[in-house]
Design a protein around this ligand. Sequence first.
Ligand SMILES: CCC(=O)Nc1cccc(Nc2nc(Nc3ccc(OCCOC)cc3)ncc2F)c1
Length: 281
Amino acid sequence: DRPAPATAGLSHDKWEIDHNELMLLEELGSGQFGVVRRGKWRGTKDVAVKMMKEGTMSEDDFIEEAKVMTKLQHPNLVQLYGVCSKNRPIFIVTEYMRHGSLLNYLRKNEQSLCTNQGLLLDMCIQICKGMAYLEKQNCIHRDLAARNCLVGTENIVKVADFGLARYVLDDQYTSSGGSKFPIKWAPPEVLNYTRFSSKSDIWAYGVLMWEVFTCGKMPYGRLKNSEVVDRVQKGIILEKPKACFKEVYDVMKKCWSHLPENRPSFQLLKGTLIKVSQGIL
Ligand SMILES: CCC(=O)Nc1cccc(Nc2nc(Nc3ccc(OCCOC)cc3)ncc2F)c1
């Protein structure tokens, strides 16, 4: 596993990274948390550095959580290397993924991807493996979507920002009535009671599969959030993407079972998807 970062010897916390060991390079983009830049750690290691805009997150709680998150290690999870918490803004240092967010990757490569169902299904299976690991570790993502997955070399796909949603202070983002809440990825029990679980992650995963097989379309098109809430409550689900085998759409529909207990676990889903991929390819 990863070598423990050498700290300046001041703090004996191995998740603390000395910012003097970081060289910040080009900006990669920005999220609701602040700016993300590519960086070099100890001169050689490519990293992504999320510079947390002040006031966007409950920092002390997050730093507590960082100790746990550095222990979550899986080939399909973007590895958290550590935090620079001795200064403000705090830096979150993670593994660098060359091709950026899955959503942008799907949209940019639509031509070559939308005829390659095998590759699209393989991406979904990789994400399912990462999520099955989180499920086993009792870690709920709360914001699973193609925008929060990242693409590396050789079509490797990883889940990012797992569990981070708990530390966002902006309640426009955290409350289901908020303008920035990801309504289109939320199941009925989250819309009504904000009840998150691995089964609400499963619903979001079904929407993520729909994003993958439409090569990055916006779910429910330009419908307003209130219209989407109305449809979801009535049990109206997303239509089958054109470039999608019926067997794959059947899996999406299972993820969108109205009751959480009728949805599969990621563990079960992983086996089903692998069988489907062997059957149709
Ligand atoms: C959802 C808001 C949010 O966090 N967004 C957000 C934006 C930017 C970067 C990250 N994070 C990470 N990015 C990379 N690699 C990366 C590589 C290329 C790239 O191309 C941008 C220009 O494309 C034309 C973007 C990202 N590796 C690890 C991350 F952790 C997260």
